[in-house]
Design a protein around this ligand. Structure first.
Ligand code: HEM
Length: 513
């Protein structure tokens, strides 16, 4: 029942004996922190979560100063009892959850060199195939989308049964893409490998919850760890994860053994051919990162963007996006479709994705850091070993930086000529900042860019006929308010095949693949 000492000079939010503020932040902690920040007019404050003390940073400029100007002093991650000691005991920590150490540096360098802008641009063939596969299966699954767009008989048909929940398609897209990039394996997500894929998605979602900085009570109240059965469920989850991670690696090895001249362009083969100094556990950790890191965040953000576009303001934004894509491709639908995978040259689409990332802030509290040395900031000293929490949602909605922050407005990323602005001081914080910023940001951007372009080229995204329109406020729409990421309550959209010169040809080409 350790009572961590207060950090002098930083506002401390009043709490309760032993648990501190833990019970106050069990639901939507980012929102609670934001309210405390407003109430006390303080960007920085400290909270006590059981045996842990944390400093929460809410305003954009303070996040920027601490995460960028003190980037080396904020380069580590906390070690959590449930996530690190139990769930990660066999496959190792993901790169993003490894505390700063030589092994982290080696893993990060390996991953970063394979996911930098140039490396990602070489994966355009993967995005092309994977997005086509996703949209094809979306059409096959939903009979009202079947048939060439110009002859579609359902276009004006209003029936709740035609409303579609897109989330599962985006999850399978993210999973299939990362498994292919990592192991060179194509999962048959909609048929043979369906249950296997669903298992990975479900287990990784559970594991993501163990990274929450508030909801795993045994992380903070140490005596709870000794209650019988506390570690049972996390251990069970770990066993299920071990199974599919080993199965993926074995399948890759079996394929190589079978083929006479296997094409070895996948990540594991590339790493092996470079004779890196990685241990087996470090290689496992990289594979795990690849499978798990984008599995929630990319599909959740895509899903949110589709939900935004299905609202009345989104219709205008879609039309502008479609017109821009056609303008850039000389009014040729098929060229626009192809360019969506090879070049990110439509600034309006990029702005839509940036705005979805900012407005939604899928990881509202980012991923926590631990300071590796004392930091003196605004006359106070944050001691080494302190957990720092970036309130990414609050900073992404800081009105000193983003005008009308609660409005979904892609134009904020564009100049008056419609070109992207490049002002890093005003960039969204959804990928984090500094030394431990997201290593998969180029990959995630490329995936979301291609997917957004092609969804808009193929369909008009409309409000559902039934009641399940997406609730715009992510806190009100949060199904798991104690989780690490926003998990929206299910919502639906209505997809109307878009009729344009060349749309039938495009449809047939896509369905024949
Ligand atoms: C929309 C999609 C994504 C979002 C919003 C996102 C967000 C984040 C955030 C907030 C962090 C912590 C950054 C910090 O502490 O400053 C992070 C770390 C990381 N992400 Fe992502 N991520 C996304 C997709 C991906 C993908 C597809 C990968 C692919 C492998 C990936 C790999 C990583 C890695 C390796 C780290 C750890 C970096 C480190 O600790 O050095 N992420 N991500």
């Amino acid at each position: 029942l350790y009572n961590p000492p207060k950090i002098p000079g930083i506002l401390s939010i009043p709490g309760y004996p032993i648990v501190g503020n833990l019970l106050q932040v069990l639901s939507n902690p980012a929102e609670v922190y934001m309210k405390w920040s407003d109430k006390h007019e303080a960007s920085l404050f400290q909270v006590q979560l059981g045996a842990q003390r944390m400093v929460v940073v809410n305003k954009y400029q303070d996040v920027y100063n601490l995460w960028v100007k003190h980037s080396f002093a904020t380069a580590s991650r906390p070690v959590l009892y449930t996530f690190h000691d139990i769930v990660s005991a066999t496959q190792g920590f993901t790169v993003g959850s490894t505390p700063f150490c030589p092994s982290y540096v080696l893993k990060k360098k390996t991953l970063a060199s394979n996911l930098n802008k140039k490396a990602v641009s070489e994966l355009s063939g993967v995005f092309d195939k994977e997005v086509n596969y996703t949209i094809r299966n979306l059409i096959l699954d939903n009979r009202e989308l079947l048939g060439p767009p110009s002859c579609n008989i359902y276009r004006n048909f209003r029936n709740e049964s035609c409303d579609i929940d897109l989330y599962r398609y985006f999850q399978l897209f993210a999973l299939r893409s990362s498994v292919y990039i990592t192991y060179g394996l194509h999962l048959d997500c909609y048929r043979r490998d369906g249950p296997f894929c669903q298992d990975i998605i479900d287990i990784e979602a559970q594991i993501m919850r163990y990274r929450s900085t508030t909801s795993n009570l045994a992380d903070y109240i140490i005596p709870l760890r000794y209650l019988p059965g506390v570690s049972k469920y996390p251990e069970y989850i770990r066993g299920r994860r071990d199974f599919y991670m080993e199965d993926l690696m074995d399948s890759m090895k079996r394929r190589y053994a079978r083929e006479e001249h296997p094409i070895k362009t996948n990540l594991v083969a590339k790493i092996a051919s470079k004779n890196c100094l990685l241990t087996d556990l470090e290689l496992k950790s990289i594979c795990l990162t690849m499978v798990s890191a984008g599995l929630d965040n990319t599909p959740l953000t895509m899903n949110y963007l589709m939900g935004q576009l299905s609202h009345p303001h989104g219709e205008k934004q879609q039309e502008r996006a479609f017109n821009e894509l056609m303008r850039i491709s000389g009014n040729r639908l098929i060229s626009a479709w192809e360019a969506a995978a090879t070049e990110q040259n439509c600034d309006y689409i990029t702005a839509l994705v940036y705005e979805a990332l900012r407005s939604f802030s899928v990881l509202p509290l980012g991923l926590p850091r631990v300071t590796t040395k004392d930091i003196t900031y605004k006359d106070v000293t944050i001691p080494a070993g302190t957990t720092l929490v970036m309130n990414a949602y609050a900073a992404n909605h800081d009105e000193n930086v983003f005008e009308n922050p609660y409005q979904f407005n892609p134009n904020r990323w564009l100049d008056t000529n419609g070109n992207l602005l490049h002002n890093l001081n005003k960039f969204h914080l959804t990928f984090g900042l500094g030394t431990r910023m997201c290593s998969g940001n180029h990959l995630a951007m490329a995936e979301m860019y291609t997917l957004t372009c092609r969804m808009i080229l193929m369909f008009k995204i409309k409000a559902p006929t039934g009641p399940l329109l997406m609730v715009l406020d992510p806190f009100r729409n949060n199904r798991n308010s104690g989780g690490t990421s926003f998990e929206p309550k299910p919502f639906k959209v209505r997809l109307e095949p878009r009729v344009w010169s060349g749309s039938d040809t495009l449809y047939y080409r896509l369905m024949r693949q």
